[in-house]
Write a protein that binds this ligand. Sequence first.
Ligand code: C5P
Length: 236
Amino acid sequence: FARGDLEGRHIVISAGGTREPLDPVRFLGNRSSGKQGIALAKAAHAAGAHVELVAANIDTGLLSVLPADITITPVESTLELQEAMHSAQERADAIIMAAAVADYRPAETTDSKMKKSGDEGLTLRLVQNPDILRGLVDERSRQTGLSQQIIVGFAAETGDADTTALDYARSKFLRKGVDLLVFNDVSDDRAFGHDDTKVQIITSDRGDVTVGEEFLGSKDHVSQKVIATLSDKFTH
Ligand code: C5P
């Protein structure tokens, strides 16, 4: 892409990983560093976009490299992330959901620190979290003013005996209703917390699902490809 491809566009990006509170000091979390989302924010900004980053538990050191005119909204839990994404949605020409969102959260959160229960162990009851990406796609179809909005999802997949990781990603692309799905093959333990990642961009062209070439590269490099593909969507 060239500088200016996203001039005048407002891009909302979620990054990092959610933390689901158990009590005032404990949470259930994941290993997402936020590096992919930060790389996307930099690439979108370099292409001229106005960027809003919704940052779930990202190290301040990582955030400090971002240009000062990127708006950063810090969030912790999935429910907070959901709220921030929905309130940003109305301003967005495109939304990129790069955050690693917990599928479940503790059914109960206590206001005081949980006490050790003795020798019998502890069973936590979890409830399902909303699928934020799904909700954004649904909201877009409800509001005519949002019909041109472009929504991008990420999918980290592994394959198994019957189905390849790419097949899983292809069906996820259709199921989620996104315009672009960045498929990350994590069969060989890449992606999370690493600087290099192996991806293919899945999109559709007049109803036909198209799968881009596979490439291995830094998260900056991957982000440039994603932003270039996104820019193409705007011009078509
Ligand atoms: O279904 P899966 O978790 O693999 O989908 C990944 C994509 O969906 C990512 O873009 C992620 O940010 C988003 N997601 C979400 N809400 C969830 C789970 C995932 O928005 N509860």
